[in-house]
Design a protein around this ligand. Structure first.
Ligand code: SF4
Length: 439
């Protein structure tokens, strides 16, 4: 490839490429760089900032006006992070830039919707990712209960579906049990974010257990809808996975009138006493597309079927799936940090695969198999709603060591949801002495 050098500096320690606004080559370079989305700043606009000013002074023997201010018009444009710029004379229209950190020449080109250096491998870090508001709340409840009341604190089922989180809380004194029958009479027990059935609540009451409910408010919403439809005499179709804790809990609200379906084919086998009095609800962590197909099949079978006032699939599940769809065509591989019993994490893998992108669920960077990375130039990385950020950071570090040093965060939408704590925890915080450190 032939290149024509357009501008350079003789000074060391520079980190901007100066371009002269009157130079026709520079102007051509700027036009191409702007078309590619490469940031170009006007030196005039940043001259007041000390760091840029110092760079500016290093770029050229500073010319000063009579009043000792710097001349602002000699090199009015800068490309941050780049020391030299070239234009490809072979006609590809590409702009070649010199990376100031590595000293390597980097070719920038369009890749999907973004500009990436062609020689380096890219990691797209999706946002939103990881902990949702329900998971943050559930973990906070266990931590605060341990601090305020002291161990032992029993937790029914995994508080959230992530091994790392569960092991960390175990280390602090939480005791995880499968059933409230395992909790000694009168002790404190926390229900997980996935919720429980009335049967479990009754069993706890009979044992005199002191209950703290960490059920996600969005799961509670589905329970309330189930009770309402059942009271109104509807047959209830619950779309979800039969063996998931959340579905078991919701089913328990109205077991005599509820049937679970997991795919469109199962809709044909449903039998109900009155096809005009049927309602459906869904698990909160399903695939949006698959659920749409099941709902369509239900509407065909029961044209008067009623649904929830607002979709039951929660905001966090939806946002993470939308983010995956957003980058699926750009990525050669999607990695999802999450445990294999995490429904929303598994759905993220399925969403990517349904769009033809190779995808894997990993508990940590240790699960990444070398052959997954062969021939891969762009990886997209996300995390399920119960996966902590520290595990994502480890993956980023690991992949940087494998050449994926060009990390670009792709924020598809903002996410600012927070849920309040249950009254038992609010009271514990209020009554803790100021020095006790309960937050
Ligand atoms: Fe709640 Fe959704 Fe998080 Fe589940 S994934 S805990 S429903 S916010």
């Amino acid at each position: 490839m032939q290149t024509c050098r357009l501008a350079s500096s003789r000074q060391r320690g520079r980190d901007c490429c100066p371009l002269h606004h009157r130079d026709p080559f520079d102007r051509s370079l700027v036009a191409q760089a702007q078309a590619l989305g490469i940031p170009i700043v006007s030196a005039d606009a940043v001259l007041d900032r000390y760091d840029i000013k110092r760079i500016w002074e290093n770029l050229t023997p500073p010319r000063r006006n009579r009043d000792h201010s710097l001349q602002k018009t000699r090199h009015p444009l800068l490309i941050p992070g780049v020391s030299s710029a070239y234009i490809d004379q072979a006609g590809s229209g590409r702009v070649l830039l010199m990376d100031t950190n590595s000293g390597e020449r980097v070719t920038y080109q369009e890749q999907g919707k973004r500009i990436v250096p062609t020689q380096s491998k890219t990691l797209l870090l999706l946002k939103p990712r990881g902990f949702c508001a329900g998971v943050v709340r559930a973990i906070d409840i266990v931590r605060i209960a341990l601090e305020a009341f002291g161990p032992p604190i029993y937790v029914r089922k995994e508080i959230v579906h992530n091994r790392f989180v569960v092991e960390e809380l175990q280390g602090k004194g939480a005791i995880f049990v499968d059933s409230v029958d395992e909790v000694p009479n009168g002790e404190r027990v926390i229900y997980s974010a996935h919720g429980v059935s009335p049967e479990v609540r009754d069993a706890s009451q009979q044992r005199g257990l002191r209950v703290i409910d960490a059920t996600c408010p969005l799961v509670t919403k589905v329970h309330v809808e189930a009770v309402k439809f059942a009271k109104e005499g509807y047959s209830l179709i619950l779309i979800g996975h039969r063996d998931h804790d959340e579905v078991i809990g919701t089913l328990g609200e109205a077991p005599l009138v509820t049937q679970v379906v997991g795919n469109p084919a199962e809709v044909a086998a449903l039998t109900v006493p009155d096809p005009n009095r049927v309602a459906y609800l869904t698990q909160t962590t399903l695939s949006l597309d698959e659920t749409r197909d099941i709902i369509e099949a239900l509407r065909e079978r029961f044209p008067n079927i009623k649904g929830p006032a607002a979709q039951d699939i929660c905001y966090a599940t939806e946002n993470r799936q939308v983010a995956v769809k957003h980058v699926a065509s750009e990525a050669d591989l999607l990695l999802v940090v999450g445990s294999d019993n995490s429904s929303n994490s598994k759905r993220l893998v399925e969403v990517a695969r349904s769009l033809g992108t190779s995808a894997h669920l990993i508990d940590s960077y240790r699960n990444i198999e070398p052959n997954w990375l062969e021939g891969v130039k762009t990886i997209a990385l996300t995390a399920g709603a119960s996966a902590p950020e520290c595990l994502v950071e480890e993956v980023v570090k690991f992949l940087a060591g494998k050449g994926f040093g060009n990390v670009q965060e792709v924020e598809v939408m903002p996410e600012n949801v927070r849920f309040g704590l249950p009254p038992e925890i609010v009271e514990a915080i209020a009554s803790a002495p100021a020095s006790a450190g309960v937050e």
